[in-house]
Write a protein that binds this ligand. Structure first.
Ligand SMILES: C[S@@+](CC[C@H](N)C(=O)[O-])C[C@H]1O[C@@H](n2cnc3c(N)ncnc32)[C@H](O)[C@@H]1O
Length: 308
């Protein structure tokens, strides 16, 4: 969704972007080109390998690009450390990159056999093997249900516990295909029966959901007036958090959820660019199947007078 993202971020010469998930640097490179000659970038990624690749790709932009190994919920700290007082745009392209998915040694793809690892950052406390081999059955089932929305979570957890220890992604994928094939694998569907379980383990290993709302709040706090925020999510759990957090900042209402009528003095911080998420075009989905579930939401930072 490069064109849609650039449209939402509205780069201009001299503009400053915070890319919270810089990955291989595709969006960052497009920003640096479009904001030439002096636009700048602060790019964060928790994966040192991604930052190393990105450094090579963006080397020709010299000190216009600052790249840091960090999690995006540390963005305020990193902005201060690297002397970026405010940004004209902030981007989060959530989830994992094709480079990470296609590397069997990371254990992220269920169709490529590899170690049950899934850590995007070497600092992550636990690998997928730790969860699969040590969580009590009920906790494992809850995790698969909550983060994978897998209706057969209990059956899968029971089978995993009986088959312990598991070390490889291939072993886990085969086991799940054996115990949960029919109902889970809709006829004609290309979705593997272990897809939801793999998603759940990856989300848990990398603590993917908890930092989203705080990071969006920090990002809006760092946007200059008229600055743009764009967020791409890849599954409904992420998109729900993004949608709710942006709506809350767009209404500016701080009343508790149980209040039926707003009694606070709402202070909106952003205006949503569109009420609905933007989806990839049919052509993009045809060219890149992984883009199928991408959803883009975008907003503009407003000032206090506009909000009043
Ligand atoms: C979909 S890729 C980004 C691709 C990038 N937009 C590009 O154009 O190449 C997502 C990236 O976000 C990183 N990531 C995921 N969660 C993160 C977090 N909490 N903090 C920092 N980086 C994170 C992943 O390591 C991955 O490199």
């Amino acid at each position: 969704m490069l064109a849609e993202v650039m449209d939402a971020l509205a780069p201009k010469p001299g503009g400053c972007l915070l890319d919270g998930t810089v990955g291989g640097g595709g969006h960052a490179e497009a920003w640096l080109k479009a904001s030439a000659p002096d636009g700048r970038l602060l790019g964060l990624d928790q994966d040192p390998a991604a930052i190393a690749r990105c450094r090579e790709r963006l080397a020709r932009f010299g000190d216009r690009a600052t790249l840091v190994i960090a999690r995006f919920d540390d963005l305020s700290l990193q902005a201060d450390l690297h002397h970026f007082p405010a940004f004209d745009a902030v981007l989060f392209d959530l989830g994992i990159s094709s480079d990470q998915l296609d590397d069997p040694s990371r254990g992220l793809a269920l169709r490529l056999d590899g170690p049950l690892d899934m850590r995007l950052s070497p600092e992550a406390a636990m690998s997928a093997a730790d969860l699969v081999n040590h969580l009590p059955e009920a906790e494992l089932a809850d995790l698969i249900y909550r983060y994978g929305e897998e209706p057969l979570s209990r059956r899968i957890a029971r089978a995993v516990v009986a088959a312990r220890p598991l070390a490889r992604t291939g072993e886990l994928a085969e086991l799940i295909a054996r115990v949960a094939p029919a109902r889970n694998h809709r006829r004609g569907s290309r979705i593997h029966p272990a897809t939801r379980t793999f998603q759940a383990l990856r989300i848990a290993v990398n603590d993917e959901l908890a930092p989203i709302a705080p990071a969006l709040e920090q990002a809006v706090g760092r946007l200059a007036e008229g600055g743009r925020l764009a967020v791409i999510s890849f599954h409904s759990l992420e998109d729900r958090i993004v949608k709710q957090t942006l709506r809350r900042m767009a209404t500016g209402c701080s009343c508790p959820a149980e209040m039926r009528v707003c009694v606070c003095r709402p202070r909106p911080l952003i205006r949503l660019i569109s009420g609905k998420a933007i989806q990839p075009t049919a052509l993009e989905v045809e060219q890149n199947g992984r883009a199928r579930s991408a959803r883009l939401r975008a907003a503009i930072r407003i000032n206090d007078q506009q909000a009043a």
